[in-house]
Write a protein that binds this ligand. Structure first.
Ligand code: WQD
Length: 317
């Protein structure tokens, strides 16, 4: 299938693109190259800001020139803290960019879309193991843009028959290839690596949570497993009478911050210092995916454990 992947220069996008290419798909990229690197992607990249005034025409040209049959949409701003500081920009970029993409798809009859959503749509749920049907109440503009994005693709499905699936990523980490490191130092594992390499203590934001060891628990999923989930979801889009359009993508098991740091110590051999800091605003004690739906519907499950995530991330550049 001829696929346009937006965000192809990004950490996750480049993994999904490479896996789809190795599976025999023709993948074309689109990216504004603001945070990604074109060298991560083996193919043509349309240099475009999806939220810009000329994005619709630029995308239509790419669709027509390459007989695009499906779009995998990963390009978005995704820093929670930044979204709180600059909500208007997050709406322009994430919602405006998606609106332009959907317009271009509708006008060129590109009928299949895989949308990158996030566990951030859940906010701070009461439930600790999260199914897709619980009430979504995002607590930051980033999470809000992802929930609104899911509504937008569903509305396109109703209005003009778009076949769509939204994947709610939990905590993505690791590397499927050594040249595809997560270079955005914005999440626990890359932040810990940066501290270790700088000879500084790794900060733990709170050790007094109602969890087994007092630190927050998250569902860490290997980026290669996530890429496989995209491959399975694309195949699912070709099925008629699909029962679901939203899937959690996680492992179904959680790891605490202290457990992640223990895995880092074991995999790196570095006995680094830890500094216990005050809690970070907006951190729920535990967020783990219920993965029954994706397992039973897409026949997909994560294969890599926390040790593999940490080891692969440490080796990647
Ligand atoms: C994990 C845990 C921190 C850094 C993110 C965002 C978003 C989403 C993935 C896509 C928390 C703790 C962190 C540090 C720490 N991406 N921590 N010391 O907050 O679960 O959410 O998930 O949608 O990027 O929503 O990820 O990696 O920031 O934090 O103790 O130096 O590690 O408090 O408990 P988070 P995170």
């Amino acid at each position: 299938m001829n696929i346009l992947l937006t965000g192809a220069a990004g950490y996750i996008g480049s993994h999904v693109a490479r896996l789809l290419q190795q599976s025999g798909h023709e993948v074309f990229g689109a990216d504004d190259l603001s945070t990604g690197f074109a060298t991560r992607f083996d193919g043509k990249i349309e240099h475009v800001d999806l939220a810009s005034a000329d994005a619709v025409e630029a995308l239509k040209a790419v669709f027509l020139a390459n007989q695009i049959e499906a779009v995998v949409h990963l390009a978005a701003r995704k820093q929670v803290g930044e979204s709180v500081q600059k909500p208007e920009w997050y709406y322009l970029q994430n919602i405006g960019g998606l609106a332009n993409l959907l317009t271009a798809m509708r006008e060129t009859r590109v009928q299949k879309l895989l949308f990158s959503s996030s566990a951030a749509v859940y906010g701070m749920p009461e439930a600790q193991i999260i199914t897709e049907d619980i009430h979504c109440q995002p607590i930051n503009p980033y999470g809000e843009t992802k929930l609104i994005g899911e509504w937008m693709v569903a509305d396109a499905g109703k209005a003009w028959g778009l076949n769509h699936v939204s994947l709610r990523y939990f905590n993505v980490a690791g590397a499927g290839w050594e040249d595809l490191a997560d270079t955005a130092v914005a999440n626990l594992i890359p932040i810990a690596f940066a501290a270790i390499r700088a000879g500084e203590p790794v900060r733990v934001f709170g050790d007094d949570y109602p969890t087994d060891d007092g630190s927050c628990v998250r569902d860490y999923i290997h980026v290669l497993d996530l890429a496989e989930a995209h491959k399975s979801a694309l195949e699912y889009l070709d099925q008629a009478n699909r029962e679901h359009s939203v899937f959690n993508v996680g492992t179904g098991t959680g790891a605490s911050v202290f457990e992640v740091l223990a895995a880092i110590k074991e995999q790196t051999g570095v006995d680094f210092e830890v500094s216990i800091e005050p809690r970070r605003a907006g951190d729920p004690p535990k967020l783990c995916a219920d993965v029954n739906r994706i397992q039973s519907t897409l026949n997909w499950q994560a294969e890599n454990d926390l040790e593999s995530i940490v080891a692969s991330a440490w080796l990647a550049k």
